[in-house]
Design a binder for this molecule. Structure first.
Ligand SMILES: [Zn+2]
Length: 290
């Protein structure tokens, strides 16, 4: 992501392999209850903010790409408990690049992917916060792009104020067959175009609903079959919920804003973005009209 609302160092930030949750479909009431209980149970083991505990899904987006993080094994366990609804990813965030251990972490990520994680990430480069030396961020990112190629899994890429290096590394990986998404994207048109040119996707978050957002041309330059929308919860709650702890259900506001910028119907656009999400991550597409 790319906003000061999040990625601040905080007590909930943990070192090591992070894991993210992708969730899709509408759960039954009983499934939601079981999911919430499971999250509450695991919340004891890490921050209650580490994963989303929302109760509803977005009106315009039957499939929600929900990103929350915890330690790899925990998210993997939650994904296992909810097959078809919750999917995990695994990776080392650029903030933790300095602690990336090339002898240990690739095997840990391989194990999580073998156990069902659908993507590598978040990984990437963050030269805004510079929590880790840039050279070490690049080392961790390069290793994870290579893992993505080896394991044939997509990559969720975080990039902030690191345009030239991200462009070079994504382009090279893309030419080698790696697919991925620039998540929570607010960067340059040039980087988006370079990623799209090698088959990648671009994902927008609640930032596009903020008053200071002024780049609808960026939203429009992403082709229909490459655009994603995400919550990036618990951060970046979209207007009119800005400032609150984000809930995936509110991704509807972002879907509506992106659809408006593109001049299309939000429900049609939401389904398209959901189909793109399912295609990129190899998820079964679970439609539920209600
Ligand atoms: Zn991010």
């Amino acid at each position: 992501m790319n906003d000061s609302d999040r990625d601040q160092p905080g007590a909930e930030r943990r070192r090591g392999i992070r894991s993210y949750v992708l969730r899709q479909g509408r759960m039954s009431v009983a499934q939601k209850r079981a999911y919430d209980q499971l999250l509450a149970q695991y919340a004891i083991a890490f921050s209650p903010q580490a994963l989303d505990t929302d109760r509803a899904f977005g009106r315009h987006a039957p499939t929600v790409l929900e990103i929350g993080f915890g330690m790899g094994e925990t998210t993997a366990a939650i994904a296992h408990a909810h097959p078809g609804f919750v999917f995990a990813t695994a990776g080392v965030h650029p903030h933790d690049g300095a602690e990336f251990d090339p002898n240990r972490d690739p095997d840990a990520i391989r194990d999580l992917v073998r156990g069902g994680a659908v993507a590598i990430g978040e990984c990437g480069l963050d030269y805004h916060y510079d929590h880790s030396p840039r050279e070490l961020q690049r080392r961790a990112f390069a290793a994870q792009l290579e893992l993505a190629r080896e394991l044939d899994r997509p990559v969720v890429v975080h990039t902030r104020e690191a345009e030239a290096d991200t462009l070079a590394m994504v382009s090279e990986a893309g030419r080698a067959g790696v697919r991925g998404v620039l998540h929570c994207y607010t960067g340059s048109h040039a980087l988006a175009e370079a990623a799209i040119a090698v088959g990648w996707y671009v994902s927008f978050s609640g930032i596009v609903t903020f008053k200071r957002w002024d780049d609808d041309a960026l939203i429009r330059l992403v082709p229909d079959d490459r655009v994603l929308v995400e919550s990036d919860a618990p951060y970046l709650a979209p207007v009119p919920q800005r400032g609150k702890r984000n809930e995936p259900a509110w991704v509807s506001f972002t879907v509506a804003r992106v659809a408006a910028a593109r001049g299309v119907d939000p429900s049609v656009f939401g389904k398209m973005a959901a189909a793109n999400t399912a295609r990129l991550f190899g998820l079964p597409l679970a439609w539920s009209e209600s």
